[in-house]
Design a protein around this ligand. Structure first.
Ligand SMILES: NC(=O)c1ccc[n+]([C@@H]2O[C@H](COP(=O)([O-])OP(=O)(O)OC[C@H]3O[C@@H](n4cnc5c(N)ncnc54)[C@H](OP(=O)(O)O)[C@@H]3O)[C@@H](O)[C@H]2O)c1
Length: 288
């Protein structure tokens, strides 16, 4: 069985990959500050920013492929701690690409739709990046450096994701479901558009990329939706009325980190490789 190293197994996406890929791969999943167990997965505690430890683990595991999901994925943290977040988002990512290049094994790096400024969507892979916050800048830099170091890498730009999550992390989806169940109001942007996919669909897309992709690939859904309409769709499928979902615009809110308005990804290239995300309605129905 092919040995797959998944970084960030304790995170939302890494956890989804570990759960969905274990029938086809022997998986080694790295964790850092959340040392959780995942049934059927070889869990390794590792600070990816320590290059000596990373090299040692690489040698011990001898992976046949790597999916790199570990990141400092909180834009607010990156904005206030650019040096610290750069270590995992940029430096560790380049080091991983280098180790994969040395072994000539597939390397998939999870980037983000936030490499774009949100002013001229929809975005195809060849569109110029123009990040508007430090997290986006770090991801854009990592993309460039990864492909410089190992051009056979697949750089997958992920959209907003939702769905079942590792016990250590939650997403917009969990927060929305919890608020609705507790009868709390939710104020959501009507002018912030994304092409969201579930963690399960993302895992399938990344495994496809591991086999078939090189270079940049967008893994968004076919549907573009605002956060407000996404919240309403969740409420509707859960049988709640809409009165607790309050509409607002980005300009109504004091933002600590600049937020891009429309990050619609055109994922035609991934669709042609066989990426086939279900509709949002189907995704949410199977989750709820
Ligand atoms: N979630 C989204 O909607 C979204 C959207 C676009 C792109 N992305 C990208 O997709 C990828 C996965 O995101 P996610 O939401 O799954 O992230 P997440 O839930 O925040 O998980 C982050 C993971 O990174 C690990 N990590 C952080 N620093 C580390 C270090 N120094 N050494 C080793 N591991 C470290 C964490 O380990 P511990 O918890 O054990 O410390 C955790 O497993 C990231 O590249 C992110 O930028 C996510």
């Amino acid at each position: 069985m092919m040995k797959l190293l998944v970084t960030g197994a304790s995170g939302f996406l890494g956890w989804n990959i570990c759960n969905h890929a274990q029938k086809d791969f022997e998986i080694f999943g790295t964790v850092f500050s959340n040392p959780l167990e995942i049934s059927g997965i070889n869990i390794i505690s590792l600070d990816l920013t320590n290059f000596n430890d990373l090299k040692r683990i690489f040698k011990e595991v001898g992976p046949d492929g790597v999916i790199h999901t570990a990141a400092e994925s909180r834009p607010a943290f990156c904005q206030t701690s650019p040096v610290e977040s750069n270590k995992i988002n940029v430096e560790a990512t380049i080091n991983l690409a280098g180790l994969c290049a040395d072994r000539e094994i597939p390397f998939v790096f999870t980037s983000t739709d936030l490499v774009f400024d949100g002013k001229s969507a929809p975005y195809v892979e060849s569109d110029p990046v123009n990040p508007i916050n430090i997290y986006g800048e770090q991801k854009a830099l990592a993309e460039e450096k990864v492909l410089d170091r190992y051009s056979a890498s697949a750089v997958c730009r992920m959209p907003m994701m939702f769905g079942l999550s590792s016990p250590a992390y939650s997403t917009f989806f969990q927060q929305t479901v919890r608020a609705l169940r507790e009868g709390r109001e939710l104020t959501l942007f009507t002018d912030e558009f994304r092409t969201p996919i579930s963690g399960y669909t993302a895992a399938k897309g990344l495994l496809l990329a591991l086999k078939k992709a090189q270079g940049i690939l967008h893994l968004g859904s076919r549907e573009r939706i605002s956060r407000y309409d996404f919240g309403r769709l969740i409420a509707e499928l859960m049988g709640f009325t809409m009165e607790k979902i309050i509409a607002c615009k980005q300009e109504d809110v004091q933002l600590n980190v600049p937020r891009a308005a429309d990050l619609t990804l055109d994922s035609t290239m991934a669709f042609s490789l066989g990426f086939n995300p279900p509709t949002l309605n189907e995704e949410l129905q199977s989750l709820l």
